[in-house]
Design a binder for this molecule. Structure first.
Ligand code: MN
Length: 256
């Protein structure tokens, strides 16, 4: 790459999150950085976009922008609002998320969704998350190195590259390419009563132990490695096309 790469950074923990600020300072050393991030925390917002209300935008100086929407909103606005970015970014980074995004977390994660939104537009993207307790400055430094390597490589022509990166809480033993593992949570609904006498529910329990399968992200991070998982956007289950044909049946629809 001849000139400094243009990097767009977002997250789901909000504009003032320590993980975002650490990653921003590391990425500023390797490229021209723009931050467009949610004004407030949006963890587990998945890929929601705001279609039924306004999005307010605050320019904070130093190429930092806060949008009062979701992570996917932020990337959408950054990529499509005329004049916000000087050109199409070379890479879109999301994170550092406070807490890992392993296994099926990628479905719920706003961090991953910000990167996925860029990937849907054909851009290279990387989501970075770290276990709580990780040294964020060290993760940011190492993560910026991975971003640099992603920028230096010729990407496959088949599909955009969307990488989900997770750091262990301890200093990493190495970096492994992985598949998504299995992450189970204790599924609970707590029913309580508020001070006004109305009942409310609080959902979601802690993650339970991982199954320890080989070659997956959960095991890599449990064993102290940085995990790099390539995610696909194509969600067709090609193995079940035959089954779908049976569900579709054989009758021809009559034209009315
Ligand atoms: Mn988060």
């Amino acid at each position: 790459m001849s000139s400094r790469p243009l990097i767009l950074l977002s997250n789901d923990d909000g504009m003032n999150a320590a993980g975002l600020l650490a990653l921003a300072s590391a990425l500023r050393r390797i490229g021209e950085l723009f931050v467009v991030a949610p004004e407030h925390e949006q963890s587990a917002s998945s890929h929601r976009i705001t279609l039924s209300g306004p999005l307010r935008h605050q320019e904070l100086g130093d190429n930092m922008h806060a949008v009062d929407g979701t992570p996917a909103d932020c990337v959408y606005v950054a990529l499509h609002l005329k004049g916000l970015l000087p050109r199409r970014p070379d890479v879109v980074v999301s994170g550092i998320n406070h807490g890992p995004n392993l296994g099926m977390d990628v479905i719920y994660s706003g961090t991953v969704a910000a990167a996925r939104e860029a990937s849907l537009r054909g851009l290279r993207a990387m989501a970075i998350s770290a276990e709580r307790g990780a040294d964020l400055a060290a993760v940011a430094e190492h993560g910026a190195g991975l971003v640099q390597r992603l920028l230096s490589l010729e990407t496959p022509l088949s599909a955009p590259v969307l990488l989900n990166v997770n750091y262990p809480k301890t200093p990493p033993r190495g970096v492994l390419a992985t598949r998504l593992g299995r992450r189970d949570y204790v599924d609970v609904v707590e029913a309580r009563v508020d001070p006004r006498g109305r009942s409310y529910y609080w959902i979601g329990g802690p993650a339970s132990a991982h199954d320890g399968a080989e070659g997956v992200d959960t095991t890599a991070v449990d064993q102290g490695y940085v995990s790099v998982t390539p995610l696909a956007l194509e969600m067709t289950n090609a193995q079940q096309l035959g089954f779908a044909e049976r569900v579709a049946g054989h009758e021809e629809l009559k034209e009315s």
